[in-house]
Design a protein around this ligand. Structure first.
Ligand SMILES: Cc1cc2nc3c(=O)[nH]c(=O)nc-3n(C[C@H](O)[C@H](O)[C@H](O)COP(=O)(O)O)c2cc1C
Length: 194
């Protein structure tokens, strides 16, 4: 058993996503960010393909991201309500750190594509938990911008790489784990007794 397993489990069991618009300064330090990324890169990875890519968007670059996301959304969906555009504009400005998650999937490999995607999901889960364990809030968001090839290209994802969303990180109050979203194990877990 890993020492401090109780603390690790406590962190896993108390993680919740913090809404992006509630994330504020201070964000994680360089060391804290590197630790979270190191945890992400410890995810299980069939074939050691390392299909994950992460782009850190910090400081002034967040304003560029904000402009990019708003202008792409306006082009794709000209009828977007102003309130929605404002939320998209604001999220990268108030969250101190945004990580764009990218995938480099190898369709020709014997490891199926779905397993490569699952490895990236596991990496992002480690990332979220590592930020939470260090006292930061985070959330993984996708939506039209995440899957817009022009956004991916502007972020430096070159085909066959693609974007799988954004992890927003900052300080923020973690919602309670109980409530309507509390997992009910009996609904999802069963014994197999043939
Ligand atoms: C791949 C992925 C994409 C997601 N995209 C969105 C999204 O675009 N918008 C959203 O409101 N929640 C999205 N979510 C859900 C949130 O990240 C979060 O899990 C949800 O708000 C529930 O909060 P919890 O993590 O505290 O249970 C996504 C989750 C995953 C795994």
């Amino acid at each position: 058993m890993v020492p401090e397993a109780g603390l690790a489990l406590e962190a896993l069991l108390s993680r919740r996503s913090v809404p992006a618009l509630q994330l504020r300064e201070p964000g994680p330090s360089e060391t804290q960010t590197r630790l979270a990324i190191a945890a992400a890169l410890r995810a299980p990875d069939h074939g050691a393909l390392k299909p994950w890519r992460l782009v850190m968007i910090r400081g002034a670059a967040r304003a560029r991201l904000s402009e990019l996301l708003v202008s792409r959304m306006q082009q794709r969906e000209p009828a977007t309500p102003p309130g929605k555009l404002e939320r998209v504009r604001t999220m990268p400005l108030t969250a101190p750190l945004v990580l764009a998650v990218g995938a480099r999937i190898r369709p020709d490999h014997k490891v199926p594509e779905v397993e490569q995607l699952l490895a990236i999901g596991a990496a992002v889960m480690n990332l979220l938990n590592a930020f939470h364990a260090q006292g930061f809030g985070a959330i993984w968001l996708t939506g039209g911008n995440a899957y817009d090839p022009a956004v991916a290209s502007a972020l430096g994802f070159t085909p066959p790489e693609r974007c799988l969303g954004f992890v927003y990180v900052g300080s923020g109050e973690v919602p309670a784990v109980d409530g309507p979203r509390a997992p009910a194990p009996a609904d999802f877990v069963r014994d197999w007794n043939p």
